[in-house]
Write a protein that binds this ligand. Structure first.
Ligand SMILES: Cc1cc2nc3c(=O)[nH]c(=O)nc-3n(C[C@H](O)[C@H](O)[C@H](O)COP(=O)(O)O)c2cc1C
Length: 363
């Protein structure tokens, strides 16, 4: 019923307006609902679902279900009070950078409904690690919250300054969350540089290695990779036991084989990268490859719209999954829908709990 209201009434209205304006309005609504007991209870009554078979301990953290919010939806960490009531098992907030970032000029988000995708050219818009860490200094979180950190989108920063910027964001955010993600794969920086390049990644990890690692640390990587390139990234990270695992993957940068032509995409945003369904197959391939290459813990992200999509990521080696785009296209009911479908899939395959599915996939 709520799903139908979202799809047939709210979504057609939302989709008439600029995506970023709609998103900003959603943020204000979510923040307001999270700030009152009534708002939280109402949201919980409408969306929340849990089932014992979905509970799991991953990297020493207890999760009520495997479905998390991926980075990029709550860039300034404002929704942490309402996200647990919608039914997320965890949420990754950010990406948060060393200095505040205005991001790329607007418009920088474009809906591609025929692709079930968003073309994203945000460029790491956020208030920066000082403001956000100060605001959250005494916050308490109901579900595991991960903070994603990235390098400030400023092309004047050289390699060493870039590493120091990452380090600053890491130091500000690491102690606050249940885990920290180092986003080395943002595709929308104004200089187009990511720290996933093996030399840069090696230097970045050597710098962060010197800091205290109080919580699990994940690396978020892209899936536009040959297996050789992916293998190199994994091997570099494998030298660092404090790197707990990988989140696979970030947005897709290649525009090959889409229903929408490259020219049409270029006309919208030449630098934008793709979320949603176009990421699904390549991120699953990358996940499967990495799961055979390393014992590190994996989170699967990219194109999850159904329980079957999430289950496929678990079967490919993920212990947790994350999503953004399906929530934008289908509304917040998609989280409980995916969790319910997961319970059915786990039981249909003769498993009692999700940890058994994951253990079998990684054996
Ligand atoms: C609007 C938008 C903004 C995003 N911003 C970030 C970000 O700041 N940091 C990050 O690591 N990933 C970011 N992402 C990537 C998502 O976290 C995710 O990896 C990707 O969208 C694939 O998941 P999905 O298909 O469920 O959307 C963003 C995605 C979208 C759609």
């Amino acid at each position: 019923m709520i799903e139908q209201i979202y799809k047939n009434v709210l979504k057609p209205v939302f989709f008439k307006f600029d995506p970023e304006n709609v998103h900003d309005r959603m943020m204000r609504t979510g923040k307001a609902l999270g700030n009152t007991g009534f708002g939280r209870a109402l949201t919980r009554a409408m969306f929340y679902y849990e089932h014992p078979s979905l509970r799991n301990n991953v990297a020493g953290i207890d999760f009520k279900n495997p479905v998390g919010l991926a980075a990029g939806f709550d860039k300034n960490a404002q929704l942490y009070k309402i996200l647990p009531e919608i039914g997320f098992g965890h949420a990754e907030l950010g990406s948060i950078t060393g200095a505040p970032c205005l991001g790329n000029p607007r418009p920088r988000l474009f809906r591609l409904p025929q692709e079930k995708s968003i073309l994203v050219n945000y460029g790491l818009y956020n208030q920066g690690a000082d403001v956000i860490s100060h605001r959250l200094a005494s916050a308490r979180f109901k579900i595991p919250i991960g903070f994603s950190v990235a390098k400030t989108n400023d092309p004047s920063l050289g390699l060493e300054e870039g590493i120091q910027d990452y380090r600053k964001a890491f130091l500000r955010m690491h102690h606050l969350g249940a885990y920290t993600t180092i986003n080395v794969s943002c595709p929308n920086t104004s200089d187009g540089i990511t720290y996933q390049d093996p030399n840069k990644l090696d230097l970045l990890l050597k710098a962060i290695a010197k800091e205290k690692h109080l919580k699990p640390v994940f690396l978020k990587i892209k899936s536009d990779f040959t297996q050789a390139e992916l293998g190199e990234v994994v091997d570099i990270a494998d030298k660092h036991p404090w790197v707990t695992g990988f989140i696979i993957s970030n947005l897709r940068t290649n525009r090959v084989g889409m229903n929408t032509s490259k020219e049409q995409l270029d006309a919208l945003s030449p630098k934008g990268a793709l979320s949603g369904l176009p990421v699904q197959a390549q991120s699953n391939n990358a996940l499967s490859f990495v799961s055979k290459r390393t014992d590190k813990i994996l989170m699967g992200c990219g194109g999850i719209f159904t329980g079957k999509d999430a289950y496929e990521k678990l079967k490919n080696g993920a212990s947790l999954v994350q999503l953004v785009t399906s929530m934008i296209y289908e509304g917040p009911t998609v989280i409980s829908k995916i969790n319910r479908e997961l319970v059915n899939l786990i039981q249909a395959d003769g498993f009692a709990r999700i940890s058994e599915v994951i253990a079998e996939a990684r054996s």
